[in-house]
Design a protein around this ligand. Structure first.
Ligand code: ZN
Ligand code: ZN
Length: 280
Protein backbone atom coordinates (compact mmCIF):
# COMPACT_ATOMS: atom_id res chain seq x y z
CA UNK A 1 0.00 0.00 0.00
CA UNK A 2 1.41 3.41 -0.89
CA UNK A 3 0.28 6.99 -0.74
CA UNK A 4 -2.18 7.93 -3.48
CA UNK A 5 -1.67 11.58 -4.29
CA UNK A 6 -5.03 13.30 -4.34
CA UNK A 7 -6.11 16.64 -2.88
CA UNK A 8 -6.74 15.20 0.58
CA UNK A 9 -3.42 13.35 0.89
CA UNK A 10 -1.45 16.32 -0.51
CA UNK A 11 -3.14 18.65 1.98
CA UNK A 12 -2.21 16.31 4.84
CA UNK A 13 1.38 15.96 3.58
CA UNK A 14 1.79 19.75 3.29
CA UNK A 15 0.17 20.13 6.70
CA UNK A 16 2.61 17.71 8.33
CA UNK A 17 5.56 19.33 6.53
CA UNK A 18 4.31 22.80 7.46
CA UNK A 19 3.94 21.93 11.15
CA UNK A 20 7.50 20.57 11.23
CA UNK A 21 8.77 23.67 9.42
CA UNK A 22 7.05 26.04 11.87
CA UNK A 23 8.43 24.19 14.92
CA UNK A 24 11.99 23.99 13.52
CA UNK A 25 11.94 27.68 12.58
CA UNK A 26 10.80 28.65 16.08
CA UNK A 27 13.43 26.45 17.74
CA UNK A 28 16.17 27.98 15.56
CA UNK A 29 15.06 31.44 16.66
CA UNK A 30 14.31 32.81 20.07
CA UNK A 31 11.49 31.38 22.14
CA UNK A 32 9.97 32.91 25.27
CA UNK A 33 9.37 31.22 28.61
CA UNK A 34 5.65 31.93 28.13
CA UNK A 35 5.67 29.79 24.94
CA UNK A 36 6.90 26.80 26.92
CA UNK A 37 4.40 27.42 29.72
CA UNK A 38 1.59 27.35 27.17
CA UNK A 39 3.06 24.15 25.75
CA UNK A 40 3.14 22.62 29.27
CA UNK A 41 -0.51 23.58 29.73
CA UNK A 42 -1.80 22.32 26.37
CA UNK A 43 0.32 19.24 25.69
CA UNK A 44 -1.16 17.03 28.49
CA UNK A 45 -4.70 17.62 27.16
CA UNK A 46 -3.61 16.98 23.58
CA UNK A 47 -1.81 13.78 24.66
CA UNK A 48 -4.85 12.57 26.61
CA UNK A 49 -6.81 13.42 23.46
CA UNK A 50 -4.75 10.90 21.53
CA UNK A 51 -4.21 8.09 24.06
CA UNK A 52 -7.25 8.12 26.32
CA UNK A 53 -9.75 9.69 23.94
CA UNK A 54 -9.00 8.59 20.36
CA UNK A 55 -7.40 5.27 21.15
CA UNK A 56 -8.86 3.80 24.32
CA UNK A 57 -12.32 5.38 24.12
CA UNK A 58 -13.21 6.01 20.47
CA UNK A 59 -11.42 3.08 18.86
CA UNK A 60 -11.86 0.53 21.66
CA UNK A 61 -14.70 1.78 23.86
CA UNK A 62 -12.74 0.89 26.99
CA UNK A 63 -15.20 2.82 29.16
CA UNK A 64 -18.56 4.54 29.00
CA UNK A 65 -19.23 8.24 29.40
CA UNK A 66 -21.85 10.94 29.01
CA UNK A 67 -22.62 12.54 25.69
CA UNK A 68 -21.09 15.89 26.66
CA UNK A 69 -17.86 14.35 27.94
CA UNK A 70 -17.67 12.18 24.82
CA UNK A 71 -17.72 15.41 22.79
CA UNK A 72 -15.17 17.00 25.13
CA UNK A 73 -12.89 13.98 24.55
CA UNK A 74 -13.31 14.37 20.78
CA UNK A 75 -12.41 18.07 21.02
CA UNK A 76 -9.32 17.16 23.07
CA UNK A 77 -8.30 14.80 20.27
CA UNK A 78 -8.64 17.64 17.76
CA UNK A 79 -6.25 19.96 19.64
CA UNK A 80 -3.34 18.29 17.87
CA UNK A 81 -5.13 17.84 14.51
CA UNK A 82 -6.54 14.43 15.50
CA UNK A 83 -9.89 13.21 14.23
CA UNK A 84 -11.43 10.89 16.83
CA UNK A 85 -14.13 9.33 14.61
CA UNK A 86 -11.79 8.87 11.64
CA UNK A 87 -9.15 7.40 13.95
CA UNK A 88 -11.68 4.92 15.39
CA UNK A 89 -12.61 3.64 11.93
CA UNK A 90 -9.00 3.43 10.80
CA UNK A 91 -7.58 1.94 13.98
CA UNK A 92 -10.21 -0.80 14.09
CA UNK A 93 -8.85 -1.88 10.67
CA UNK A 94 -5.37 -2.05 12.20
CA UNK A 95 -6.59 -4.50 14.83
CA UNK A 96 -8.60 -6.47 12.28
CA UNK A 97 -5.68 -7.02 9.90
CA UNK A 98 -2.61 -6.34 12.08
CA UNK A 99 0.58 -7.26 10.21
CA UNK A 100 -1.48 -8.92 7.46
CA UNK A 101 -2.34 -7.52 4.04
CA UNK A 102 -4.91 -4.81 4.72
CA UNK A 103 -3.21 -3.45 7.85
CA UNK A 104 -3.13 0.35 7.81
CA UNK A 105 0.42 0.80 9.16
CA UNK A 106 2.37 -2.42 9.62
CA UNK A 107 6.20 -2.03 9.63
CA UNK A 108 6.10 -4.68 6.90
CA UNK A 109 5.02 -1.83 4.59
CA UNK A 110 8.32 -0.07 5.29
CA UNK A 111 9.40 2.76 7.58
CA UNK A 112 7.99 5.63 5.47
CA UNK A 113 4.55 4.12 4.91
CA UNK A 114 4.21 2.92 8.50
CA UNK A 115 5.43 6.18 10.07
CA UNK A 116 4.13 8.97 7.78
CA UNK A 117 2.51 7.53 4.66
CA UNK A 118 -0.29 5.87 6.62
CA UNK A 119 -1.13 9.20 8.29
CA UNK A 120 -1.46 10.81 4.87
CA UNK A 121 -3.27 7.92 3.17
CA UNK A 122 -4.10 4.68 4.97
CA UNK A 123 -5.11 2.91 1.76
CA UNK A 124 -8.83 2.64 2.46
CA UNK A 125 -11.65 4.69 0.93
CA UNK A 126 -13.42 7.11 3.28
CA UNK A 127 -16.58 5.01 3.06
CA UNK A 128 -14.80 2.02 4.66
CA UNK A 129 -13.45 4.19 7.49
CA UNK A 130 -16.92 5.67 8.05
CA UNK A 131 -18.49 2.22 8.09
CA UNK A 132 -16.06 1.20 10.84
CA UNK A 133 -17.01 4.21 12.97
CA UNK A 134 -20.77 4.46 12.34
CA UNK A 135 -21.45 3.92 16.06
CA UNK A 136 -20.12 7.48 16.57
CA UNK A 137 -21.23 9.09 13.31
CA UNK A 138 -24.85 8.83 14.46
CA UNK A 139 -24.17 11.70 16.89
CA UNK A 140 -24.62 14.99 14.95
CA UNK A 141 -21.98 16.84 16.99
CA UNK A 142 -19.39 14.11 16.34
CA UNK A 143 -20.37 13.90 12.66
CA UNK A 144 -19.77 17.67 12.43
CA UNK A 145 -16.39 17.42 14.15
CA UNK A 146 -15.48 14.48 11.91
CA UNK A 147 -16.03 16.68 8.85
CA UNK A 148 -14.40 19.75 10.44
CA UNK A 149 -11.72 18.13 12.58
CA UNK A 150 -9.14 20.85 11.79
CA UNK A 151 -11.30 23.63 13.28
CA UNK A 152 -10.31 23.29 17.00
CA UNK A 153 -6.56 23.11 16.21
CA UNK A 154 -6.72 25.98 13.70
CA UNK A 155 -8.67 28.04 16.22
CA UNK A 156 -6.24 27.22 19.03
CA UNK A 157 -3.18 28.05 16.93
CA UNK A 158 -4.76 31.27 15.65
CA UNK A 159 -5.51 32.41 19.21
CA UNK A 160 -1.93 31.59 20.29
CA UNK A 161 -0.61 33.55 17.31
CA UNK A 162 -2.74 36.57 18.21
CA UNK A 163 -1.78 36.42 21.89
CA UNK A 164 1.92 35.56 21.74
CA UNK A 165 3.01 35.74 18.13
CA UNK A 166 4.71 33.15 15.94
CA UNK A 167 6.79 31.47 18.66
CA UNK A 168 3.80 30.93 20.96
CA UNK A 169 1.83 29.36 18.10
CA UNK A 170 4.81 27.17 17.14
CA UNK A 171 5.84 26.00 20.62
CA UNK A 172 2.54 26.33 22.47
CA UNK A 173 0.41 24.77 19.72
CA UNK A 174 2.20 23.14 16.78
CA UNK A 175 4.89 21.35 18.82
CA UNK A 176 2.25 19.18 20.54
CA UNK A 177 0.92 18.09 17.13
CA UNK A 178 4.39 17.20 15.87
CA UNK A 179 5.38 15.30 19.02
CA UNK A 180 2.11 13.37 19.19
CA UNK A 181 2.35 12.40 15.53
CA UNK A 182 5.78 10.84 16.13
CA UNK A 183 4.71 9.26 19.43
CA UNK A 184 1.79 7.54 17.70
CA UNK A 185 3.94 6.45 14.77
CA UNK A 186 6.59 5.08 17.15
CA UNK A 187 3.93 2.76 18.57
CA UNK A 188 2.66 1.79 15.11
CA UNK A 189 6.14 1.02 13.80
CA UNK A 190 8.45 0.09 16.69
CA UNK A 191 5.88 -1.79 18.76
CA UNK A 192 5.32 -4.22 15.88
CA UNK A 193 9.07 -4.72 15.48
CA UNK A 194 11.06 -4.44 18.72
CA UNK A 195 10.33 -5.49 22.30
CA UNK A 196 9.00 -8.49 24.15
CA UNK A 197 5.87 -10.55 23.82
CA UNK A 198 3.95 -11.47 26.95
CA UNK A 199 0.95 -12.87 25.12
CA UNK A 200 0.23 -15.02 22.13
CA UNK A 201 -1.38 -12.84 19.44
CA UNK A 202 -1.97 -13.24 15.70
CA UNK A 203 0.38 -10.32 14.97
CA UNK A 204 3.93 -9.14 15.69
CA UNK A 205 2.91 -6.72 18.44
CA UNK A 206 5.50 -6.12 21.17
CA UNK A 207 5.78 -4.44 24.53
CA UNK A 208 8.48 -1.81 24.15
CA UNK A 209 9.68 -0.24 27.40
CA UNK A 210 11.17 2.94 25.91
CA UNK A 211 8.20 3.62 23.63
CA UNK A 212 5.83 2.91 26.54
CA UNK A 213 7.53 5.48 28.76
CA UNK A 214 7.59 8.05 25.93
CA UNK A 215 3.90 7.46 25.12
CA UNK A 216 2.53 7.30 28.68
CA UNK A 217 1.66 3.60 28.43
CA UNK A 218 0.70 3.13 24.79
CA UNK A 219 3.86 1.11 24.13
CA UNK A 220 2.61 -1.92 26.07
CA UNK A 221 1.34 -2.87 22.69
CA UNK A 222 1.46 -6.67 22.86
CA UNK A 223 -0.68 -6.48 26.01
CA UNK A 224 -2.96 -4.09 24.14
CA UNK A 225 -3.36 -6.35 21.11
CA UNK A 226 -4.24 -9.28 23.39
CA UNK A 227 -6.69 -7.29 25.54
CA UNK A 228 -7.63 -4.54 23.11
CA UNK A 229 -10.76 -3.32 24.90
CA UNK A 230 -9.03 -3.14 28.29
CA UNK A 231 -8.67 0.39 29.64
CA UNK A 232 -5.34 -0.66 31.11
CA UNK A 233 -2.42 -1.55 28.83
CA UNK A 234 0.31 -2.04 31.45
CA UNK A 235 -0.25 -5.49 32.97
CA UNK A 236 2.78 -6.04 35.20
CA UNK A 237 3.48 -3.75 38.18
CA UNK A 238 6.44 -2.13 36.44
CA UNK A 239 4.62 -1.59 33.15
CA UNK A 240 3.84 2.05 33.92
CA UNK A 241 0.66 3.19 32.21
CA UNK A 242 0.01 6.86 32.91
CA UNK A 243 -3.00 7.02 30.60
CA UNK A 244 -4.65 4.42 32.83
CA UNK A 245 -4.00 6.72 35.80
CA UNK A 246 -5.90 9.43 33.90
CA UNK A 247 -8.74 6.94 33.31
CA UNK A 248 -8.78 6.14 37.06
CA UNK A 249 -9.00 9.86 37.81
CA UNK A 250 -11.86 10.38 35.34
CA UNK A 251 -13.63 7.39 36.90
CA UNK A 252 -13.07 8.63 40.47
CA UNK A 253 -14.68 11.99 39.71
CA UNK A 254 -17.60 10.38 37.88
CA UNK A 255 -16.81 11.56 34.34
CA UNK A 256 -16.61 7.98 33.04
CA UNK A 257 -17.88 4.58 34.22
CA UNK A 258 -18.05 0.88 33.28
CA UNK A 259 -14.29 0.87 32.79
CA UNK A 260 -13.28 -2.40 31.12
CA UNK A 261 -10.59 -4.37 32.93
CA UNK A 262 -9.06 -7.79 32.44
CA UNK A 263 -9.46 -10.32 35.26
CA UNK A 264 -6.10 -10.62 37.11
CA UNK A 265 -6.01 -14.42 36.76
CA UNK A 266 -6.47 -14.14 32.99
CA UNK A 267 -3.58 -11.65 32.80
CA UNK A 268 -1.33 -14.04 34.70
CA UNK A 269 -2.44 -17.38 33.23
CA UNK A 270 -2.04 -16.41 29.60
CA UNK A 271 1.37 -14.88 30.29
CA UNK A 272 2.45 -18.15 31.89
CA UNK A 273 1.20 -20.20 28.93
CA UNK A 274 3.48 -18.26 26.59
CA UNK A 275 6.40 -18.57 29.00
CA UNK A 276 6.12 -22.35 29.32
CA UNK A 277 5.53 -23.08 25.64
CA UNK A 278 8.14 -20.51 24.59
CA UNK A 279 6.08 -19.51 21.56
CA UNK A 280 7.07 -16.29 19.89
ZN1 ZN B 1 -0.71 -2.46 16.79
ZN1 ZN C 1 -5.66 -0.25 19.62
Amino acid sequence: MGVKFNSSSLLKLFGIGGLHGIVILALLNETEQADWLVFAAIYPFAAIGVGVSMHRYFAHRAFKTSRWFQFALAIMASLAFGNAVFFAGKHRLHHKYSDQPGDVHSPKQGLWQSWIGSVVDCGYPTSTIEKGARDFLRYPELAWLYRNSFVPALLLNSILFLVGGFSMMAIGGCLSSVLLLHQSSAVNYLCHLRGYKTYETRDDSRNNFIVAILTFGEGWHNNHHRFSSSAKAGMRWWEIDMFYWVILLFEAVGLIWDVKRVRPNQVLNEALILKTTGRK
